[in-house]
Write a protein that binds this ligand. Structure first.
Ligand SMILES: [Fe+2]
Length: 272
């Protein structure tokens, strides 16, 4: 167990936490995901209560109405209680700079066995790649978000290259934050940065001189070479995990979910 995960996380944008939960818990998480899975709906994500106070707030109940039953409440309670465990809290506090490390969302989803990649290389909180975000949102601010979310991706099934593993381009969170800051300070004009190719174009072809003012040469070149490799072949960036392992990542870094070609994949996410 490394106490330096905070440092590694800052630098690379992600860390792997081995055996965050044990065998017994894996079984329990798996049962919960299966129990609450929307069997017929296209929306695969199931939301749970993410902190104890929610149990007391009956105004929230309608929002979760379709899931709510005693089982849902008991399961939510269990999922929250896991994140309060001493080891789990220790990991999170080492990466989290604010004084409290509170969970802002807990959800799960089951990806059925398939040949199609779950999502191509992308960053989160990126307007879905809209060309004119203020119009897209019907507001005039046009500011792009600069507060990343730390996402804990807890694997309940084993994942491998070509079978549901998550992939991440190390150091790319810094590049992406730089893009956002240059846009917000109007040093560069807004352009979509949702996809990895968008970022390569902005950094390499359009505004390299401006990026060199806020990032060092090494960071830029490492990003560009990783990004180009990743578009050709993502094997190098695959994070293979056993059930019970978690990947914690900064959602500004470019990442990708690969197809679960051999077996169904079950994931729980905790947002911080
Ligand atoms: Fe994502």
């Amino acid at each position: 167990m490394s106490l330096n995960i905070g440092e590694e996380y800052d630098k690379k944008g992600f860390v792997v936490i081995k055996n965050l939960i044990d065998k017994k818990d894996i079984q329990k998480f798996s049962e919960i995901a299966i129990r609450h899975d929307h069997k017929s709906s296209a929306n695969k994500i199931v939301d749970y209560f993410y902190d104890y106070l929610r149990f007391l707030d009956f105004r929230l109940y309608p929002k979760y109405f379709k899931f709510i039953d005693l089982r849902y409440l008991v399961d939510s309670y269990y999922l929250i209680s896991k994140s309060k465990h001493k080891d789990w809290k220790m990991y999170m506090s080492s990466i989290y700079k604010k004084t409290s490390n509170s969970v802002s969302r807990i959800d799960s989803y089951i990806s059925k066995k398939s040949d199609e990649d779950i999502l191509e290389w992308h960053t989160d909180q990126a307007f879905g790649g809209a060309t004119h975000p203020p119009e897209f949102f019907g507001n005039a601010s046009g500011k792009v978000p600069t507060e990343n979310i730390n996402k804990l991706f807890l694997h309940i099934t084993d994942v491998k290259y070509k079978n549901g593993a998550f992939s991440y381009i190390p150091y790319s969170h810094k590049i992406n934050l730089a893009i956002r800051e240059l846009i917000n300070t109007q040093v560069i004009k807004y352009k979509p940065f949702l996809l990895l190719q968008d970022a390569i174009n902005l950094v390499e072809n359009e505004h390299k001189d401006k990026f060199l003012k806020i990032l060092d040469d090494y960071e830029i070149e490492t990003f560009l070479s990783n990004a180009k490799n990743a578009l050709q072949n993502d094997e190098e960036f695959t994070i293979e995990c056993k059930a019970g392992d978690a990947v914690l990542f900064n959602d500004f870094g470019y990442h990708k979910g690969t197809a679960p070609k051999i077996s169904d994949r079950i994931i729980f996410r905790y947002f911080y």
